[in-house]
Design a protein around this ligand. Sequence first.
Ligand code: PRT
Ligand code: ZN
Length: 286
Amino acid sequence: MQSTLKIAVQKSGRLYDGSMKLLKECGIEISNGNNQLRVIAANFPVEVFFLRDDDIPEYVQDAVADIGFVGENVVRESNKQTDTIEQLGFGKCRLSIAVPKSGIFQSIHDLNGKKIATSYPTILSGFLRENNITASIHEISGSVEIAPRIGLADAICDLVSSGSTLFTNELKEIETILFSEAVLISNKGLSAEKKTILDSLLFRIRSVKKARNNKYVLLNAPNDKLETICNLLPGMRSPTILPLAEPGWSSVHSVIHEADFWNVIEQLKANGAQGILIIPIEKIII
Ligand code: PRT
Ligand code: ZN
């Protein structure tokens, strides 16, 4: 019998949707209609276990699951023996130290001898040690942001994404300890057969990620500006150029990286490009 790769995914919470969407975009059909704890994919040799995110690193370390999708913050905090194979591009957040807005603390060095509330004692204690700060850590599992207001701590160390929770609780960030996103972790002793399945899954994940980070661009360019416009658009190798029926104009097709997007579009327009169409790409196979 062919073996399957066991994937641990958060059962419910902030990483559930991103994990399921990624598997779907990789062409892997998982139907979890009945809220089951274990589902076998219909068309790829994987089975998915739905677990609490905090348990995923340990289950992957102990080979209960072969791989897992989990926040890097959880991986670092849990300190288990797993390999981090790939960043997955969702669940982005940061672990920050924050203090009351109206208080006297301006930097982490003002926290010497003070008390910090957190659900991340391992990461925080490592950070304090590296920065020679001797603050005490008060570990709490939830609602960390109210700790200063109720006199439980002088500062907090918690995850932040939009910053609105800090804002509502009149707190300000003074230091970011870790930038985090969902990552794929793997058991260290996968069999050759499981490694082959993982390679095939990674190939699909990387194609999906590449496509998400790039847009297909289609535009009309005056021929006398073609060279400048093409230099702005490297494309996968170089842009595709086709003559238009209207003399003096060409159609240019290319791919732009998300990070360069607005900057490149402005320059294209400034150089006479017209009818610019931006089209999402579903997959990029190189
Ligand atoms: O039940 P289970 O244990 O599986 O879930 P959980 O409640 O422990 O985790 P969950 O679903 O809240 O988060 C899962 C993962 O999502 C985290 O480990 C992070 O990797 C990632 N993530 C991304 C976040 C956030 N963004 C986030 N904003 N996790 C938590 N938050 C919380 C934060 O703790 C704070 O309370 O959201 C609040 C701040 O959000 P903003 O937008 O107001 O800044
Ligand atoms: Zn959790």
